[in-house]
Design a protein around this ligand. Structure first.
Ligand SMILES: Cc1cc2nc3c(=O)[nH]c(=O)nc-3n(C[C@H](O)[C@H](O)[C@H](O)COP(=O)(O)O)c2cc1C
Length: 288
């Protein structure tokens, strides 16, 4: 199955965060991050402090404000997400958490909540202790939403750092961390769009996932019983992959990629092929 959020050359990155306070540091930091994403070729949409000032999320009610509907619709389309919160009493602010609670409306989506999306995190607080603690809490929330927190998170101590939304005034280490975090969100989006396959739990549970079909495994076993070569057995998995691509069950960027996926399935099914050629894998990475 192809990703439900395919994109051409421009990933769509959604930013959510900030406070209702004028001059909100977490909002300025978020605007700065989104500007970096736009400079890297992403389409962006910002949900700032004012726009996430939404009614308290009510799971029992189907009624949603226009702002909440707009935010959830954007999250559904998002290829990556950047979240920014102030430290409030040792955790994420209620405003940001309430906005994220609305992702519950996506619980039955093909890719529920933030599934399949890298999520970059920014935390602004009065000191390193709280920023560290809140970054950890923020990551736990993203995990619960099945998102992929980026390895780089950005903690900003607003007692010592004053900056504007263009990033002017940020300390060098913050600017560097921000660039790495945004780069990781976009890189993940691009890689995932190339793979165009669903994340677990869907993957492997239906035809077109990462697990081979039963009949393909049976065909390969029959080949093995008949003494046919490992390459012939593996050919059954490659053929399955080619059939899936032709039937539109999922997409690949090239014939070579379909073959590589088929061979990988064969290896996981126990076909005794040699390891993939190292030279090719390296050439592919350096070609990115
Ligand atoms: C209600 C409230 C609770 C706060 N709790 C903490 C805290 O526990 N630890 C901390 O370091 N800063 C705390 N702060 C300070 C804010 O995290 C800090 O000023 C942050 O930069 C505010 O974000 P903003 O500029 O986007 O409004 C608190 C501020 C408020 C208003």
């Amino acid at each position: 199955m192809a990703s439900s959020r395919p994109f051409g050359s421009r990933p769509f990155i959604v930013g959510i965060g900030g406070t209702t306070r004028p001059e909100s540091s977490s909002e300025k930091a978020l605007r700065y991050a989104l500007a970096l994403a736009a400079a890297e070729g992403a389409d962006i949409e910002l949900f700032d402090g004012a726009s996430i000032n939404l009614p308290m999320y009510a799971p029992e009610s189907a009624e949603r404000s226009e702002g909440a509907e707009r935010m959830v619709a954007a999250l559904r389309r998002a290829n990556g997400v950047i979240l920014s919160t102030p430290c409030y009493h040792g955790s994420v602010s209620g405003l940001v958490k309430n906005a994220l609670d609305y992702s519950e409306d996506m619980c039955k989506d093909p890719e529920p909540y933030l599934d399949g999306r890298a999520v970059g995190l920014i935390v602004c607080g009065h000191g390193w202790q709280s920023t560290g603690v809140v970054l950890t809490a923020f990551r736990s929330i993203v995990h619960a939403l099945r998102g992929w927190p980026t390895p780089m998170g950005v903690a900003i101590n607003t007692l010592v750092e004053r900056f504007d939304e263009s990033g002017a005034g940020t300390q060098e280490h913050t600017a560097r961390q921000m660039a790495v975090m945004v780069g990781q969100v976009i890189e993940f989006a691009r890689l995932r769009s190339q793979l165009a396959k669903p994340s677990p739990p869907e993957a492997g549970l239906h035809e077109g996932g990462t697990m081979p079909e039963k009949r393909t495994i049976e065909r390969a076993r029959k080949d093995a019983r008949e003494g046919k070569a490992a390459s012939t057995q593996a050919g059954e998995f490659v053929r399955e992959e080619m059939d899936h691509v032709q039937e539109g069950k999922h997409t690949v960027s090239s014939r070579e990629q379909a073959i590589a996926i088929g061979l990988s399935k064969a290896r996981r099914a126990g076909v005794k092929l040699g390891p993939p050629k190292k030279g090719k894998a390296r050439a592919k990475r350096s070609g990115r």
